[in-house]
Design a protein around this ligand. Structure first.
Ligand code: SF4
Ligand code: SF4
Length: 439
């Protein structure tokens, strides 16, 4: 029997028709800025999608130009015609995956990563343990000190982008409820991610603490899992739909005021579950409700009366917009407004702060050379601010910018916005007295 929940993806004509080929998006596109090639611009990519929609074959060249796109959606912000480029490129990649046969090793590797590792706490824990052993055995430090990784060329570059192991892993907190500090004003669900559980466990802890200090009962629903963002970016939309349905089932009936993520890349996909499941009659309405409740943690905190019991943070901070927050979710002022409320913090705006840093999910691994070129330019702008801290709002950007600091930086610290808030709350001079006074 045919599986009626399998939805075929390809760029929709109505979305393609919105492009009037004006070219106003070209300067906002990192790959066009690097290469100056029309086929690697948003307009050129849309033109190629139109050719395929009109019956042209999917060639290796088409696959390459669509693959080299960062899916950063800078072009969406620049476009006066409202072209939803993110929808287009994700659907184009899905069509490529469905129609272009991959070699057996590539198919097996993709199935292992997208179908197995990212979806399994057990596999992620194994991966985290291997990473931890690699770091704890000091093998990593030794190889770096000997310059061995440089000899490996591209492989060595990739090693610099490997997510760190951050034990104890965060999986053990899933299923728990963290009560609000003081009077509970909100009940929120927190989605802890997939890789973030092993590589950003401390960031997840900081996020929950900051929410608690802002009157939130924070629930970590048991059935939650990977959001599917990496799957969507890689054209694995059907696999992403399975994950979306599981997250909706795990969270939607919990009576939450908001569903929170601290990962802008995940948030963008989570907010677009309504798009992902629009043709699934059983889940379309539920997905729309889920999407309405989704909030980036900075967006949520900036919209409520913020607890200002913070200590002084005498630091100069610049902010790198995460593409999927600024362009995907249109959240730009919220992180800046939060940073502005930290006592003593001096904010230094950087030039082109919303131009991609080159992270883009697994782009920096798959297209390492282009990602590093883009990062090089980004670090020039970071260094010009004189800031000693780079704040951002997405784990992938944190890793990419940390690599940027190692390669081209001036020793800057790279942190998530909520980590600065968390530290400021910790520094509040009356905290110990207040904690002692509470039952
Ligand atoms: S998503 Fe980013 S890289 Fe892709 S075409 Fe748009 S601006 Fe260029
Ligand atoms: S995507 Fe928008 S800005 Fe770019 S060429 Fe088309 S209509 Fe113009």
């Amino acid at each position: 029997m045919e599986d009626c929940t399998v939805i075929s993806d390809r760029p929709k004509q109505v979305d393609l028709d919105r492009c009037v080929h004006c070219g106003l998006c070209l300067n906002a596109c990192p790959t066009y800025r690097e290469l100056g090639v029309e086929m690697d611009s948003p307009r050129g990519r849309i033109y190629q999608m139109v050719q395929v929609a009109n019956g042209a074959p999917i060639t290796a060249s088409y696959t390459e130009h669509i693959g080299l796109c960062l899916a950063c959606r800078g072009c969406e912000t620049a476009c006066p015609s409202g072209v939803q480029y993110g929808r287009l490129v994700e659907a184009a990649r899905s069509e490529i995956e469905a129609k272009v046969p991959r070699s057996l090793p590539v198919r097996l590797l993709r199935r292992f990563i997208f179908g197995r590792v990212l979806q399994s706490r057990r596999w992620l824990t194994v991966a985290g343990a291997i990473l931890y052993l690699y770091e704890a055995s000091r093998l990593k430090a030794l190889l770096r000190a000997m310059g061995f990784l440089k000899l490996l060329g591209r492989l060595g570059d990739l090693e610099a982008l490997t997510p760190p192991a951050d034990p104890p892993f965060y999986f053990r907190q899933i299923g728990k409820v963290f009560p609000a500090e003081g009077r509970a004003r909100y009940r929120v669900a927190f989605l802890a991610g997939c890789i973030a559980n092993i590589s950003f466990a401390r960031l997840n802890e900081a996020t929950v603490r900051v929410l608690q200090r802002n009157g939130c009962d924070v629930v970590l629903p048991t059935g939650q899992g990977c959001c599917g963002a990496l799957h969507v970016h890689a054209g694995e939309r059907e696999e992403a739909r399975k994950l979306a349905r599981a997250n909706i089932d795990a969270v939607l009936d919990g009576g939450f005021d908001a569903i929170i993520t601290n990962a802008a890349g995940c948030g963008s996909t989570l907010k677009e579950y309504n798009d992902l499941l629009e043709d699934d009659p059983a889940y379309a309405d539920k997905a729309a409700k889920f999407s309405r409740l989704m909030r980036d943690v900075t967006e949520f905190l900036a919209a409520i009366p913020l607890n200002t019991d913070m200590g002084v943070m005498p630091i100069k901070v610049t902010y790198q917009d995460s593409c999927h927050l600024a362009h995907g979710q249109k959240v730009r002022s919220a992180p800046r407004r939060l940073l502005a409320q930290v006592p003593g913090l001096e904010f230094r705006e950087m030039a082109l702060s919303d131009l991609c840093c080159g992270s883009a999910g697994i782009y920096n691994v798959v297209h390492n050379q282009m990602a590093m070129q883009i990062l090089d330019k980004k670090m020039t702008h970071v260094n010009a601010t004189g800031a000693e801290v780079i704040a951002t709002a997405n784990p992938g950007c944190l890793l990419q910018l940390q690599a940027g600091v190692r390669l081209h930086g001036k020793g800057q610290r790279v942190v998530h916005v909520v980590e600065i808030l968390d530290e400021a709350y910790e520094r509040w001079p009356y905290r110990e007295k207040k904690d002692a006074a509470e039952p």
